[in-house]
Design a protein around this ligand. Structure first.
Ligand code: ADP
Ligand code: MG
Length: 312
């Protein structure tokens, strides 16, 4: 047993120039440790470097510099053990169209050196709900089924660490629920460490114990989920008054912006004041409110809050 499932130190990646494109520095020195047994979210906008990080862990992309340990095994010193400790469900659908789900799982198990006697192809097929499709050609499978097969492939060698790269991008609600149920069960029943990448804050918030946010190849924040979300202090009330609102005495720290459609955008910090106090102030100023909306912080706000950039 190791305390850290993954330890990444000073990880850098520069993609070589190709097809007239200049070299791209995708990772600029990532330090990250991921506790064993956790569900960990790697959150960040498109192009942040999430897949590059994941693909280095998976051994699919060569790092430029830095050190990676998976389940205590240094990737460069113990490549075989470190690879055996991790299973990755990639972002891209990369299935051989001529393999049936059963064959795809068997081939994958073979690649990982799982002896025939230790294989659990039927169990995996059941888990991903493809028992009925075990003998169908991959090219006849729906998109959702293919994704489930990718999950199955990541699990054939019983890895300690399961990585899911954007598992719910473009996926329907049913598949999403099935994925989350499986992930939670693998985590609680088998103690599997789960790492998932997403660019949806809500998804990370719902699933993950801890979150790291990466942006432009760097970790900009890392914390327990509640703590991180608690730091997202900024909120906005959008008020549509019955008639245009004049000058108002608002609670301290509330920032007012009027939009051309007559709405008031009132930004405040949860730590300083409440929506109730703001609404009270409006009512006592005689403003009749037709409609109120709250705007929850999104990833954009997270970055503004964390990096301090932007006009807030
Ligand atoms: P994310 O998964 O967070 O969207 P990626 O890791 O895919 O981000 O990409 C990080 C940066 O590296 C992006 O600017 C992307 O265009 C670039 N990149 C990714 N893969 C390659 C590649 N094979 N060759 C050149 N640049 C790449
Ligand atoms: Mg990606």
């Amino acid at each position: 047993m190791t305390a850290q499932a993954i330890e990444i130190e000073g990880l850098r990646k520069t993609y070589a120039s190709s097809a007239g494109q200049p070299p791209k520095e995708a990772l600029k020195g990532i330090d990250l440790s991921i506790p064993a047994g956790s569900i960990f979210g790697l959150l960040g906008p498109n192009g942040a470097g999430k897949s590059t990080t994941i693909n280095i862990l998976a051994g699919l992309v060569l790092k430029t510099a830095g050190r990676v340990r998976i389940w205590g095994f240094d990737q460069d010193v113990n490549p075989r053990q470190s690879r055996a400790s991790i299973g990755v469900m990639p972002q891209e659908l990369n299935l051989d169209p001529f393999f049936t789900p059963r064959a795809a799982l068997e081939v994958q198990a073979g690649l990982y050196g799982v002896p025939k006697s230790a294989r659990r192809t039927d169990e995996v097929l059941r888990m991903i709900g493809l028992t009925d499709k075990a003998e169908a050609y991959a090219r006849s499978l729906s998109g959702g089924m293919r994704r489930r097969l990718l999950l199955g492939k990541a699990l054939v060698h019983r890895p300690r660490v399961l990585v899911l790269d954007e598992p719910t991008a473009g996926v329907d609600i049913e598949l999403r629920q099935m994925l989350w149920e499986n992930v939670r069960r693998l985590n609680t029943e088998e103690g599997m460490t789960i790492i998932l990448t997403t660019h949806y804050l809500e998804e990370a918030e719902e699933m993950c114990d801890e979150i790291a946010i990466i942006d432009q190849g760097q970790v900009v924040a890392r914390d327990r989920t509640e703590a991180l979300v608690g730091r997202l202090d900024a909120k906005t009330l959008v008020i549509h008054p019955e008639t245009p609102a004049g000058p108002l005495a608002l609670p301290k720290g509330v920032d007012r912006r009027d939009t051309p459609d007559g709405a008031l955008h009132l930004s405040y910090r949860r730590s300083q004041t409440s929506a109730d106090a703001i609404l009270d102030a409006l009512r006592s100023a005689g403003v009749r409110i037709r409609d109120v909306q709250t705007r929850e912080p999104d990833l954009e706000d997270v970055f503004l809050d964390l990096t301090g950039s932007g006009a807030r």
